[in-house]
Design a protein around this ligand. Sequence first.
Ligand SMILES: [Zn+2]
Ligand SMILES: [Zn+2]
Ligand SMILES: [Zn+2]
Length: 293
Amino acid sequence: MRLPDYTKCVEINQLLVAMGVKTIPTLPVVRFEKEIIKRFEREYFDHEDVKIGEQLIDSAIPVYKSDLTQRPGELLEYKGRKVVAYIRDQRATIDFDCNYSNYRYHLCNCITLQSMRDIGREERYLATQRNDGMFEVHDLTVHPIQKGIVRMDLCKNCEEILRKKRKYFAPFNLKKYFETNDSYTPKAIKKIEEVRSIQTYSPKQADYSREYRKACNNKCRICSVDCSEATGFLHMHHINGDKSNNDRHNLQILCVDCHSKQPLHRRMLGNPKFKRQIEIITKLRIDQGLLTV
Ligand SMILES: [Zn+2]
Ligand SMILES: [Zn+2]
Ligand SMILES: [Zn+2]
């Protein structure tokens, strides 16, 4: 006949501990650390927006009427920037010898620009921030198309609007126009960034209890009953009775039953709450296959 494994017997273990024959292993080391997450806002330039700004200065961007300022008489804007609008593909003869075209460039949503839009002229306007008064044009009246960079003048209607707005000056030049009217800075994108760090903290009584129970897998250190479902049944016991000494050598994690069997703890049995809990612990041990005599 095989004898039961009495080393697992709850009552025998409790007895051996009480007799001082068996010592409860010291609690494992617990680090009282917590993760600190710091959030802060950082600003990045919107690369797309920066690219648009560079393209406008270096060359010209085809724009549809919906992209430009809609309100009549207002200074032309494209994506927040003041721009010059002009037609690159021209059907009037361009004087390439004198580097000059009779076409005019626009700075405002003038009548010419509005009527061009209204009749749905298919020429697409180009927007640029080039500021030397020179424009890249294509002469469509010759074959093959002749391309070049020519000077153009400001549209008369736009000049009128600028005069009314007191933004016209003579001799007019685009460099000064942009300097005084365009103060656009590329858009910034705000992003929330997280920095995680581990910091040690000074534990309170509840922290010791919680962390040591966790370190013991919510099991009693004498009878091994698993109290994961009832962590309140696991107590943090101070071995020398000094509740201010939370050194792990002075602490143990014990179920309410094993706790009540510690020296000077018999009074616990007078507490109806603990008595009820001890009954539940007994059932838990049976459910968990822990031997009892
Ligand atoms: Zn105009
Ligand atoms: Zn126990
Ligand atoms: Zn105790």
